[in-house]
Design a protein around this ligand. Sequence first.
Ligand SMILES: Cc1cc2nc3c(=O)[nH]c(=O)nc-3n(C[C@H](O)[C@H](O)[C@H](O)COP(=O)(O)OP(=O)(O)OC[C@H]3O[C@@H](n4cnc5c(N)ncnc54)[C@H](O)[C@@H]3O)c2cc1C
Length: 412
Amino acid sequence: MTTDCVYDICVVGAGLWGSAAAYHASLNPESKVCLIGPDEPKSKKCTGRTVFGAYYDEARITRQNVGNDTDAELARRSHQSFGILESETGMPFYTPCRNLNFGKIGSQYVLNSKRTSERLRLEHRVLSCSHLKRWWPYLCIGNSNEGVVQLSNCGMVNPRQLVSAQKQAASSQGCDIVTSIVDQINKKYDLENRHTILEVVTEDGHIIKSHKVLLCTGGFTFSKPLLPPHLMPDIRLALTQTLRLELSVKDVEKLRGMPTISAMSREDNLADCYMCPPVRYPDGKTYLKIGHGRLGYFGKREEVADWYRGDGEPQVTDRLKKMIQMYIPGLHPLSDHVDTCVVTATRSGLPYIDMITPQIGIAVGGNGVGARWSYEVGKIAAKMITKGQWDYDLPEEYFKVEFKKENISSRL
Ligand SMILES: Cc1cc2nc3c(=O)[nH]c(=O)nc-3n(C[C@H](O)[C@H](O)[C@H](O)COP(=O)(O)OP(=O)(O)OC[C@H]3O[C@@H](n4cnc5c(N)ncnc54)[C@H](O)[C@@H]3O)c2cc1C
Protein backbone atom coordinates (compact mmCIF):
# COMPACT_ATOMS: atom_id res chain seq x y z
CA MET A 1 0.00 0.00 0.00
CA THR A 2 1.31 3.42 -0.95
CA THR A 3 -1.08 6.29 -0.56
CA ASP A 4 -0.89 9.89 -1.67
CA CYS A 5 -1.61 11.01 1.87
CA VAL A 6 1.37 12.70 3.48
CA TYR A 7 1.14 12.83 7.26
CA ASP A 8 2.51 15.73 9.26
CA ILE A 9 3.76 13.40 11.95
CA CYS A 10 4.30 9.68 11.94
CA VAL A 11 5.02 8.15 15.36
CA VAL A 12 6.84 4.83 15.16
CA GLY A 13 6.37 2.48 18.14
CA ALA A 14 2.95 2.04 19.72
CA GLY A 15 4.16 1.33 23.25
CA LEU A 16 3.76 3.53 26.33
CA TRP A 17 5.56 6.57 24.96
CA GLY A 18 4.52 6.28 21.29
CA SER A 19 0.83 5.98 22.13
CA ALA A 20 1.15 8.94 24.54
CA ALA A 21 2.93 11.00 21.86
CA ALA A 22 0.30 10.13 19.24
CA TYR A 23 -2.43 11.16 21.68
CA HIS A 24 -0.80 14.53 22.40
CA ALA A 25 0.18 15.23 18.79
CA SER A 26 -3.35 14.52 17.56
CA LEU A 27 -4.83 16.98 20.07
CA ASN A 28 -3.86 19.55 17.45
CA PRO A 29 -6.63 19.31 14.80
CA GLU A 30 -4.30 20.83 12.19
CA SER A 31 -1.85 17.95 12.42
CA LYS A 32 -2.42 14.78 10.44
CA VAL A 33 -0.94 12.09 12.66
CA CYS A 34 -0.26 8.41 12.19
CA LEU A 35 0.90 5.86 14.80
CA ILE A 36 2.65 2.72 13.55
CA GLY A 37 3.52 -0.25 15.68
CA PRO A 38 2.69 -3.91 16.22
CA ASP A 39 0.35 -5.16 18.95
CA GLU A 40 1.65 -7.43 21.68
CA PRO A 41 2.30 -10.89 20.20
CA LYS A 42 -0.33 -13.51 21.05
CA SER A 43 2.31 -15.98 22.15
CA LYS A 44 5.72 -15.45 23.75
CA LYS A 45 7.47 -17.92 21.45
CA CYS A 46 6.49 -16.13 18.23
CA THR A 47 9.37 -17.05 15.96
CA GLY A 48 10.11 -14.54 13.24
CA ARG A 49 8.85 -11.56 15.25
CA THR A 50 11.57 -8.88 15.16
CA VAL A 51 10.46 -6.30 17.75
CA PHE A 52 8.84 -6.44 21.19
CA GLY A 53 7.70 -3.93 23.82
CA ALA A 54 8.42 -3.35 27.52
CA TYR A 55 4.75 -2.81 28.40
CA TYR A 56 3.51 -6.41 28.17
CA ASP A 57 2.31 -6.62 31.74
CA GLU A 58 -0.46 -5.57 34.13
CA ALA A 59 1.49 -3.57 36.74
CA ARG A 60 4.08 -0.81 36.78
CA ILE A 61 4.97 1.13 39.93
CA THR A 62 4.42 4.88 39.92
CA ARG A 63 5.92 7.04 42.71
CA GLN A 64 7.98 10.17 43.18
CA ASN A 65 10.11 9.42 46.23
CA VAL A 66 13.39 8.44 44.57
CA GLY A 67 15.65 9.79 41.86
CA ASN A 68 16.31 13.42 41.04
CA ASP A 69 13.84 16.30 40.82
CA THR A 70 13.32 16.00 37.06
CA ASP A 71 12.53 12.30 37.35
CA ALA A 72 10.04 13.04 40.15
CA GLU A 73 8.53 16.00 38.29
CA LEU A 74 7.88 13.91 35.16
CA ALA A 75 6.24 11.28 37.37
CA ARG A 76 4.18 13.92 39.22
CA ARG A 77 2.91 15.56 36.03
CA SER A 78 2.06 12.20 34.46
CA HIS A 79 0.28 11.09 37.61
CA GLN A 80 -1.85 14.26 37.63
CA SER A 81 -3.15 13.43 34.16
CA PHE A 82 -4.02 9.76 34.67
CA GLY A 83 -7.51 10.55 36.04
CA ILE A 84 -8.31 12.83 33.09
CA LEU A 85 -7.32 10.17 30.56
CA GLU A 86 -9.24 7.50 32.47
CA SER A 87 -12.46 9.51 32.45
CA GLU A 88 -11.96 10.62 28.84
CA THR A 89 -11.63 7.03 27.62
CA GLY A 90 -13.66 5.16 30.24
CA MET A 91 -10.65 2.84 30.57
CA PRO A 92 -9.29 2.50 34.11
CA PHE A 93 -5.54 1.83 34.31
CA TYR A 94 -4.44 3.35 37.62
CA THR A 95 -4.71 1.75 41.06
CA PRO A 96 -3.63 3.90 44.01
CA CYS A 97 -1.62 2.23 46.76
CA ARG A 98 1.19 3.20 49.13
CA ASN A 99 4.83 2.82 48.21
CA LEU A 100 7.53 1.56 50.55
CA ASN A 101 11.24 2.03 49.93
CA PHE A 102 13.45 0.31 52.44
CA GLY A 103 17.12 -0.37 52.99
CA LYS A 104 19.81 -0.37 55.65
CA ILE A 105 19.47 2.39 58.26
CA GLY A 106 21.50 5.39 57.07
CA SER A 107 22.10 3.90 53.60
CA GLN A 108 22.32 6.20 50.59
CA TYR A 109 19.07 4.79 49.21
CA VAL A 110 17.08 5.52 52.37
CA LEU A 111 18.67 8.95 52.75
CA ASN A 112 17.87 9.81 49.14
CA SER A 113 14.30 8.66 49.58
CA LYS A 114 13.87 10.70 52.78
CA ARG A 115 15.42 13.83 51.26
CA THR A 116 13.39 13.57 48.05
CA SER A 117 10.17 13.07 50.02
CA GLU A 118 10.93 16.12 52.18
CA ARG A 119 12.15 18.36 49.35
CA LEU A 120 9.10 17.61 47.20
CA ARG A 121 6.80 17.76 50.21
CA LEU A 122 5.37 14.35 49.50
CA GLU A 123 2.96 12.99 52.03
CA HIS A 124 5.23 10.41 53.66
CA ARG A 125 6.38 8.64 56.84
CA VAL A 126 9.77 7.32 57.85
CA LEU A 127 9.27 4.00 59.65
CA SER A 128 11.57 1.89 61.76
CA CYS A 129 11.58 -1.83 61.37
CA SER A 130 9.16 -2.31 64.29
CA HIS A 131 6.76 0.27 62.82
CA LEU A 132 6.93 -1.45 59.48
CA LYS A 133 5.97 -4.67 61.22
CA ARG A 134 2.93 -2.95 62.72
CA TRP A 135 1.81 -1.54 59.38
CA TRP A 136 2.36 -4.74 57.40
CA PRO A 137 2.64 -7.73 59.78
CA TYR A 138 3.33 -10.21 56.95
CA LEU A 139 6.49 -8.36 55.82
CA CYS A 140 9.74 -9.62 57.24
CA ILE A 141 12.24 -6.77 57.07
CA GLY A 142 15.40 -7.16 59.14
CA ASN A 143 16.16 -5.00 62.21
CA SER A 144 18.98 -3.16 60.45
CA ASN A 145 16.52 -1.68 57.92
CA GLU A 146 14.22 1.32 57.87
CA GLY A 147 11.57 2.41 55.40
CA VAL A 148 10.22 5.52 53.72
CA VAL A 149 6.55 5.29 52.80
CA GLN A 150 4.91 7.53 50.20
CA LEU A 151 1.26 7.76 51.24
CA SER A 152 -0.48 9.44 48.32
CA ASN A 153 -0.12 10.17 44.58
CA CYS A 154 1.49 6.80 44.01
CA GLY A 155 0.41 3.29 43.09
CA MET A 156 0.37 1.11 39.99
CA VAL A 157 -0.50 1.68 36.36
CA ASN A 158 -1.59 -1.15 34.13
CA PRO A 159 0.70 -0.57 31.12
CA ARG A 160 -1.37 -2.63 28.68
CA GLN A 161 -4.48 -0.68 29.60
CA LEU A 162 -2.63 2.63 29.48
CA VAL A 163 -1.40 1.90 25.94
CA SER A 164 -4.96 0.93 24.90
CA ALA A 165 -6.42 4.09 26.46
CA GLN A 166 -3.88 6.36 24.77
CA LYS A 167 -4.40 4.65 21.39
CA GLN A 168 -8.16 4.90 21.73
CA ALA A 169 -7.96 8.59 22.67
CA ALA A 170 -5.54 9.28 19.79
CA SER A 171 -7.77 7.43 17.33
CA SER A 172 -10.86 9.36 18.44
CA GLN A 173 -8.94 12.57 17.69
CA GLY A 174 -8.32 11.42 14.10
CA CYS A 175 -4.93 9.70 14.46
CA ASP A 176 -4.58 6.78 12.02
CA ILE A 177 -3.26 3.64 13.66
CA VAL A 178 -1.29 1.15 11.54
CA THR A 179 -0.53 -2.21 13.12
CA SER A 180 2.80 -3.02 11.56
CA ILE A 181 6.57 -3.06 12.09
CA VAL A 182 8.67 -0.42 10.37
CA ASP A 183 11.55 -1.86 8.39
CA GLN A 184 13.28 1.30 7.26
CA ILE A 185 12.87 5.05 6.82
CA ASN A 186 14.02 6.67 3.61
CA LYS A 187 14.36 10.30 2.70
CA LYS A 188 12.80 11.29 -0.67
CA TYR A 189 12.85 14.61 -2.47
CA ASP A 190 9.41 15.57 -3.72
CA LEU A 191 10.21 17.33 -7.03
CA GLU A 192 6.70 18.60 -7.56
CA ASN A 193 6.33 20.24 -4.15
CA ARG A 194 10.06 20.93 -3.74
CA HIS A 195 10.49 19.51 -0.29
CA THR A 196 11.86 16.40 1.35
CA ILE A 197 9.51 13.83 2.79
CA LEU A 198 10.17 10.65 4.71
CA GLU A 199 8.99 7.28 3.46
CA VAL A 200 8.30 4.89 6.28
CA VAL A 201 8.47 1.35 4.89
CA THR A 202 6.77 -1.42 6.88
CA GLU A 203 7.74 -5.11 7.05
CA ASP A 204 4.60 -5.97 5.07
CA GLY A 205 5.59 -3.61 2.26
CA HIS A 206 3.43 -0.56 2.96
CA ILE A 207 4.90 2.87 2.41
CA ILE A 208 3.67 5.68 4.64
CA LYS A 209 4.74 9.21 3.78
CA SER A 210 5.29 11.84 6.41
CA HIS A 211 6.91 15.23 6.84
CA LYS A 212 8.28 14.24 10.22
CA VAL A 213 8.85 11.02 12.13
CA LEU A 214 9.05 10.52 15.88
CA LEU A 215 10.74 7.31 17.02
CA CYS A 216 9.40 5.82 20.26
CA THR A 217 10.88 2.42 19.62
CA GLY A 218 12.22 1.57 23.10
CA GLY A 219 14.66 -1.33 23.28
CA PHE A 220 14.32 -2.01 19.53
CA THR A 221 15.52 1.35 18.29
CA PHE A 222 18.58 -0.32 16.76
CA SER A 223 16.97 -3.44 15.35
CA LYS A 224 16.04 -1.76 12.05
CA PRO A 225 17.76 0.96 10.01
CA LEU A 226 15.54 3.78 11.27
CA LEU A 227 18.27 6.30 12.06
CA PRO A 228 21.33 7.60 10.25
CA PRO A 229 24.11 5.18 11.30
CA HIS A 230 26.34 8.01 12.55
CA LEU A 231 23.56 9.29 14.80
CA MET A 232 22.91 6.32 17.07
CA PRO A 233 21.78 7.23 20.61
CA ASP A 234 24.06 5.98 23.35
CA ILE A 235 21.72 3.50 24.98
CA ARG A 236 22.49 0.30 26.79
CA LEU A 237 20.02 -2.54 26.86
CA ALA A 238 19.74 -4.42 30.14
CA LEU A 239 18.25 -7.90 30.62
CA THR A 240 15.47 -8.16 33.17
CA GLN A 241 13.14 -10.86 34.28
CA THR A 242 10.29 -10.96 36.74
CA LEU A 243 8.63 -13.74 38.65
CA ARG A 244 4.90 -13.91 39.20
CA LEU A 245 3.50 -16.12 41.94
CA GLU A 246 -0.11 -17.23 41.58
CA LEU A 247 -1.80 -16.67 44.93
CA SER A 248 -4.63 -18.52 46.63
CA VAL A 249 -7.65 -16.54 47.84
CA LYS A 250 -6.27 -16.94 51.38
CA ASP A 251 -2.87 -15.45 50.46
CA VAL A 252 -4.52 -12.58 48.54
CA GLU A 253 -6.53 -11.80 51.66
CA LYS A 254 -3.39 -11.99 53.81
CA LEU A 255 -1.64 -9.39 51.62
CA ARG A 256 -4.52 -6.93 51.60
CA GLY A 257 -3.19 -3.34 51.78
CA MET A 258 0.29 -4.35 50.64
CA PRO A 259 2.28 -1.38 49.24
CA THR A 260 4.47 -1.45 46.18
CA ILE A 261 7.94 -2.16 47.53
CA SER A 262 11.49 -1.32 46.50
CA ALA A 263 14.25 -2.87 48.56
CA MET A 264 17.82 -1.67 48.24
CA SER A 265 20.34 -3.14 50.55
CA ARG A 266 23.67 -2.17 49.02
CA GLU A 267 25.67 -4.39 51.36
CA ASP A 268 23.87 -7.37 49.92
CA ASN A 269 22.67 -6.66 46.41
CA LEU A 270 21.25 -10.16 46.21
CA ALA A 271 18.47 -8.74 48.38
CA ASP A 272 17.66 -5.82 46.02
CA CYS A 273 14.27 -6.15 44.45
CA TYR A 274 10.89 -4.55 43.83
CA MET A 275 7.46 -6.06 44.39
CA CYS A 276 3.96 -5.30 43.22
CA PRO A 277 1.02 -6.27 45.45
CA PRO A 278 -1.45 -8.89 44.18
CA VAL A 279 -2.84 -8.02 40.74
CA ARG A 280 -5.40 -9.87 38.66
CA TYR A 281 -4.05 -10.93 35.23
CA PRO A 282 -5.98 -11.64 32.02
CA ASP A 283 -5.98 -15.40 32.78
CA GLY A 284 -8.27 -14.60 35.74
CA LYS A 285 -5.58 -15.50 38.31
CA THR A 286 -4.07 -13.16 40.89
CA TYR A 287 -0.29 -12.84 41.03
CA LEU A 288 2.29 -11.23 43.27
CA LYS A 289 5.17 -9.92 41.14
CA ILE A 290 8.83 -9.57 42.08
CA GLY A 291 11.68 -8.19 39.97
CA HIS A 292 15.35 -7.48 40.54
CA GLY A 293 17.85 -4.72 39.85
CA ARG A 294 19.82 -4.82 36.58
CA LEU A 295 21.25 -8.23 35.75
CA GLY A 296 23.71 -7.14 33.11
CA TYR A 297 23.69 -5.88 29.57
CA PHE A 298 23.25 -7.56 26.20
CA GLY A 299 26.44 -8.20 24.25
CA LYS A 300 24.77 -8.23 20.82
CA ARG A 301 21.56 -6.58 19.62
CA GLU A 302 20.39 -9.82 18.01
CA GLU A 303 20.13 -11.38 21.47
CA VAL A 304 17.35 -9.01 22.54
CA ALA A 305 14.44 -10.59 20.62
CA ASP A 306 15.59 -14.08 21.69
CA TRP A 307 15.59 -12.94 25.32
CA TYR A 308 11.92 -11.88 24.96
CA ARG A 309 11.07 -15.30 23.57
CA GLY A 310 12.96 -17.14 26.30
CA ASP A 311 12.29 -18.18 29.89
CA GLY A 312 14.98 -16.10 31.58
CA GLU A 313 17.83 -17.47 33.63
CA PRO A 314 16.95 -20.25 36.09
CA GLN A 315 19.40 -19.00 38.75
CA VAL A 316 17.69 -15.57 38.70
CA THR A 317 14.29 -17.23 39.05
CA ASP A 318 15.59 -19.15 42.07
CA ARG A 319 16.99 -15.97 43.57
CA LEU A 320 13.64 -14.19 43.16
CA LYS A 321 11.83 -17.13 44.80
CA LYS A 322 14.24 -16.95 47.76
CA MET A 323 13.69 -13.20 48.10
CA ILE A 324 9.92 -13.65 48.27
CA GLN A 325 10.36 -16.30 50.96
CA MET A 326 12.72 -13.96 52.83
CA TYR A 327 10.52 -10.85 52.72
CA ILE A 328 7.05 -12.47 52.81
CA PRO A 329 7.47 -15.86 54.47
CA GLY A 330 4.61 -18.33 54.66
CA LEU A 331 3.04 -17.82 51.23
CA HIS A 332 1.82 -20.94 49.43
CA PRO A 333 1.92 -20.05 45.70
CA LEU A 334 -0.19 -22.24 43.42
CA SER A 335 2.14 -21.77 40.44
CA ASP A 336 4.86 -19.45 39.20
CA HIS A 337 5.54 -17.72 35.92
CA VAL A 338 8.63 -15.96 34.51
CA ASP A 339 8.40 -12.89 32.24
CA THR A 340 11.42 -11.54 30.38
CA CYS A 341 11.85 -7.92 29.39
CA VAL A 342 14.43 -5.28 28.48
CA VAL A 343 15.38 -2.01 30.14
CA THR A 344 16.58 0.84 27.92
CA ALA A 345 19.24 2.80 29.84
CA THR A 346 20.53 6.25 28.88
CA ARG A 347 23.72 7.86 30.19
CA SER A 348 21.82 10.51 32.13
CA GLY A 349 19.15 8.25 33.61
CA LEU A 350 16.59 10.59 32.03
CA PRO A 351 14.86 9.98 28.71
CA TYR A 352 16.42 11.18 25.48
CA ILE A 353 13.85 13.50 23.86
CA ASP A 354 15.51 15.29 21.01
CA MET A 355 15.50 16.06 17.28
CA ILE A 356 18.07 13.83 15.58
CA THR A 357 17.69 15.50 12.18
CA PRO A 358 15.35 18.37 11.21
CA GLN A 359 12.69 15.76 10.35
CA ILE A 360 13.34 12.91 12.77
CA GLY A 361 12.85 13.13 16.51
CA ILE A 362 13.31 10.53 19.19
CA ALA A 363 11.90 9.70 22.63
CA VAL A 364 13.68 6.68 24.11
CA GLY A 365 15.27 5.58 27.37
CA GLY A 366 12.78 4.49 30.03
CA ASN A 367 15.61 3.43 32.37
CA GLY A 368 13.31 0.88 34.02
CA VAL A 369 11.00 3.62 35.29
CA GLY A 370 9.53 5.01 32.07
CA ALA A 371 5.93 3.95 32.70
CA ARG A 372 5.56 6.53 35.45
CA TRP A 373 6.85 9.25 33.11
CA SER A 374 5.04 8.06 30.01
CA TYR A 375 2.15 10.51 29.72
CA GLU A 376 4.46 13.52 30.13
CA VAL A 377 7.25 12.16 27.94
CA GLY A 378 4.66 11.67 25.20
CA LYS A 379 3.54 15.27 25.66
CA ILE A 380 7.09 16.68 25.53
CA ALA A 381 7.93 14.60 22.46
CA ALA A 382 4.69 15.53 20.69
CA LYS A 383 5.28 19.24 21.27
CA MET A 384 8.86 18.92 20.07
CA ILE A 385 8.08 17.01 16.87
CA THR A 386 5.17 19.33 16.06
CA LYS A 387 7.36 22.41 16.30
CA GLY A 388 10.59 20.76 15.10
CA GLN A 389 12.36 22.11 18.17
CA TRP A 390 12.15 22.17 21.97
CA ASP A 391 8.79 23.46 23.25
CA TYR A 392 8.49 22.67 26.96
CA ASP A 393 9.07 24.38 30.31
CA LEU A 394 11.84 22.04 31.56
CA PRO A 395 15.36 22.69 30.19
CA GLU A 396 16.04 20.85 26.94
CA GLU A 397 19.64 20.07 28.03
CA TYR A 398 18.25 17.49 30.49
CA PHE A 399 16.85 15.45 27.63
CA LYS A 400 19.51 15.88 24.95
CA VAL A 401 20.49 12.68 23.23
CA GLU A 402 24.08 11.49 23.63
CA PHE A 403 25.38 9.66 20.62
CA LYS A 404 27.50 6.58 20.27
CA LYS A 405 31.01 7.35 19.13
CA GLU A 406 31.13 5.19 15.94
CA ASN A 407 30.89 7.36 12.83
CA ILE A 408 29.54 5.93 9.61
CA SER A 409 28.19 7.95 6.67
CA SER A 410 24.48 8.74 6.70
CA ARG A 411 21.68 7.59 4.41
CA LEU A 412 19.20 10.22 5.55
C1 LIG B 1 10.36 -5.91 33.89
C2 LIG B 1 10.12 -4.43 33.83
C3 LIG B 1 9.53 -3.78 34.90
C4 LIG B 1 9.33 -2.42 34.84
N1 LIG B 1 8.74 -1.82 35.91
C5 LIG B 1 8.48 -0.49 35.86
C6 LIG B 1 7.84 0.14 36.95
O1 LIG B 1 7.51 -0.48 37.94
N2 LIG B 1 7.58 1.47 36.84
C7 LIG B 1 7.90 2.19 35.73
O2 LIG B 1 7.64 3.38 35.70
N3 LIG B 1 8.51 1.61 34.68
C8 LIG B 1 8.80 0.29 34.71
N4 LIG B 1 9.40 -0.32 33.66
C9 LIG B 1 9.79 0.48 32.49
C10 LIG B 1 8.68 0.77 31.51
O3 LIG B 1 7.90 -0.36 31.23
C11 LIG B 1 9.36 1.29 30.24
O4 LIG B 1 10.21 2.36 30.60
C12 LIG B 1 8.34 1.77 29.22
O5 LIG B 1 7.62 0.67 28.73
C13 LIG B 1 9.07 2.49 28.10
O6 LIG B 1 8.13 2.88 27.13
P1 LIG B 1 8.56 2.98 25.59
O7 LIG B 1 7.37 3.42 24.85
O8 LIG B 1 9.84 3.74 25.49
O9 LIG B 1 8.95 1.50 25.18
P2 LIG B 1 7.96 0.27 24.95
O10 LIG B 1 6.85 0.32 25.91
O11 LIG B 1 8.83 -0.92 24.90
O12 LIG B 1 7.38 0.56 23.51
C14 LIG B 1 8.19 0.57 22.37
C15 LIG B 1 7.36 0.07 21.23
O13 LIG B 1 8.06 0.29 20.01
C16 LIG B 1 7.74 -0.75 19.15
N5 LIG B 1 8.75 -0.82 18.09
C17 LIG B 1 10.08 -1.00 18.23
N6 LIG B 1 10.67 -1.01 17.01
C18 LIG B 1 9.68 -0.80 16.09
C19 LIG B 1 9.65 -0.72 14.68
N7 LIG B 1 10.76 -0.88 13.94
N8 LIG B 1 8.45 -0.53 14.08
C20 LIG B 1 7.31 -0.37 14.80
N9 LIG B 1 7.29 -0.44 16.15
C21 LIG B 1 8.45 -0.67 16.79
C22 LIG B 1 7.71 -1.99 20.04
O14 LIG B 1 6.96 -3.01 19.45
C23 LIG B 1 7.06 -1.41 21.29
O15 LIG B 1 5.67 -1.63 21.28
C24 LIG B 1 9.67 -1.69 33.68
C25 LIG B 1 10.24 -2.33 32.59
C26 LIG B 1 10.49 -3.69 32.66
C27 LIG B 1 11.13 -4.35 31.49
